[in-house]
Design a protein around this ligand. Sequence first.
Ligand code: MG
Length: 352
Amino acid sequence: MKTSPISLSLLVAASTALTSFAAPDPNWLGHDRQRPLPPVITPGTPSTQEKPGRAPSDATVLFDGTNTSGWVAMDGSPTKWIVRDGALECVPGSGYVRTLQSFGDCQLHVEWAAPTPVQGNSQGRGNSGVFFGLGRYEVQVLDSYQNKTYADGSAASVYNQYPPLVNASLPPGQWQTYDIIWTAPRFDDEGKLVSKARLTVFHNGVLVQNDVELTGPTAWIGRAPYSAHPTRLPIAFQDHGNPVRYRNVWVRELGNPRKVEIYPADALLESYVGSYGQGQWNTAVITRRPDGLLGMKMAGADLVLHAESNTKFYALTTDVQVEFVKSGATTKLLVTVGEDSEHPMTLERANR
Ligand code: MG
């Protein structure tokens, strides 16, 4: 990276601005030929009513019409939503469905269709929702075609906060698209809000939410305050008692590439909690943090563990990897610090 000759104070000011919102990177000259070119990708193709389009080549395809792998119930157990005629369909009463994988800031493409024949009215007709932050922040899904309801509960509203700019709804039974830009809220180490969540939404290609700032989680009644949670969390669809269908769901995570992160089943995470030891000196205490992730206290350090799989976890602040191995009466905790993955430190805990 080439550093341009600008004063230190200007650099500091500019990098402070970068951490909030976009400003040209002061580390590159205008037209700098040393600057890496953007990655080349193959763009997707648009959908028709008959046939879903193709995702861009760098997208993570969340649902391709064939199976529910990658989708679970909110607690991480298998989902009861079904796949029918190439669509992921809500089974009323089965609960929300969420991705196994967690995502931070992202571009999300979702196609959905309200049920036919039409049943119910207002909020009872074709109601579902696209949720970010593990069920906290809802972009409303509703059959808003010739169906009167309150403005801030219409299709493509940020529920109970922002009505869509226009009603761009298609009739029930037809495939509709949401293209959503999600910016997750940020919290500091003490759990204090640093920046609010933001949403931009296109409904059937029409801009209906223009970078709105959320007041907090979306709630049926009132304004719920923000409470700290990880930047990356699963995306979910709501079960609101109507058999709404989804197809061609894909996501592109924004920002610097990071290792894949999943959000395992609650019961599994709970089963790892406890004190792992080896003799007098080495111990590690695994806890469940208030934000749902696992924490590890070891050698005076307090690390947040991010799940790479159901058994492998990693920290973001130090090069530490851990693996849980359950065998018979004990669970082993293999801890690798730095590069020495050949010789992990092995700590053990009796199973409960
Ligand atoms: Mg809803």
